[in-house]
Design a protein around this ligand. Sequence first.
Ligand code: XLS
Ligand code: NI
Ligand code: NI
Length: 436
Amino acid sequence: MSQYFADLQPITFEGRDSTNPLAFRHYDATAMLGDRTMAEHLRFAVCYWHNFVWDGSDPFGGQTFDRPWFPADTMDQARQKADAAFEMFRILGVPYFCFHDHDVRPEGDTLAESHERLNEIADYFEQKMEDGGQKLLWGTANMFSNRRYMSGAATNPDPDVFAYCASTVKACMDVTHRLHGENYVLWGGREGYESLLNTDLDRELEQMGRFLSMVVEYKHKIGFKGAILIEPKPQEPTKHQYDYDVATVYGFLKRFGLEDEVKVNVEQGHAILAGHSFEHELAMARTLGIFGSIDMNRNDYQSGWDTDQFPNSPGEAALAYYEVLRAGGFTTGGTNFDAKLRRQSLDAEDLIAAHVGGMDICARGLISAHAMIEDDALEGPRRVRYAGWEGEAAQAMLAKGATLDGIAADAEARDVNPQPVSGAQEKLENIVNRYL
Ligand code: XLS
Ligand code: NI
Ligand code: NI
């Protein structure tokens, strides 16, 4: 067992009045909210990479964290890291975790050796998952850190990189399947360009479409029942990423006939980078029928980078979970903290405190969102606003067979003269604030 979190005890729910910084004030895992427990609604996951791999470096400075398993380039260190990770999952009481191949084992000298090592660590995980009851929310491949991916993964000008990616994703899907992962995620950090001057856009999009189609075919071939998820992000690391936002991803899926096969993992910080709100991206995913899962980490609103901070705004969390609930809640998806500490937060306890706070904010948001839905607080006024469309004549305008000139003739005959009605945004904002 890991000694990393030596004297930290499992976190418990103490209620709103608790002043204990290492207790939940809102997240009461087994409390019912409608037909599900809070744990079932939220389906929390801890990510491996930011917590156990990242060393605190930023573009201007190196390592600040001192973890006993660093530099993690041997399998022994990989196991030590896994021990600490599962110890943290246990302390937090989170049901799920997520990882990239690159996070959990050092890369081998050959593809075969890399896959062997991945499988060896998966064996180690399997035992720990059985002992601790944690499950895999999603697996994924890191096809952005190594310099071989600098010009793209599936969109690389070099076909050997495409082949390398096929082998890597196959291995990661196999391991995800073996560990009963509930989703498989593709985030295309290098699937984009730095300069159009050296980029063949036509080819790259075609390559990406073929690659994803083969991923979907392989999923069916091995009988993986989880969802394939794309994680949109507009830029960072590349200047322009093809999976810009939810709507762009949907258009791409449509083009390759994959809209019923692939969903999205929406990240709050990525939504902001794309110039949207998180709730916009979630609502868009819902209405397009591709809502899958969320990465619940925000950005700093001043710096404009993907700073991957833990959520800490009750208002933002409430509006996000409102959209999650409107989408019917999670099925295979969940709430992943793709979030990292600030680089000055050096202690093991900081890792725990960050997640406790993040989980609590999400729970608080969920409770508010659930109450707004129960009370019809927003849907009521929304229905009233669109009530005119429930009338027979209004519906007929949208029905098949209606024509522009037919409607025009009717409008002219009735001499329609629409009277503007208040959108009442401030009243609605006041309503939301009452629930926070
Ligand atoms: C990076 C992404 C990444 C994905 C997984 O910005 O959020 O962490 O979630 O590859
Ligand atoms: Ni991100
Ligand atoms: Ni992410």
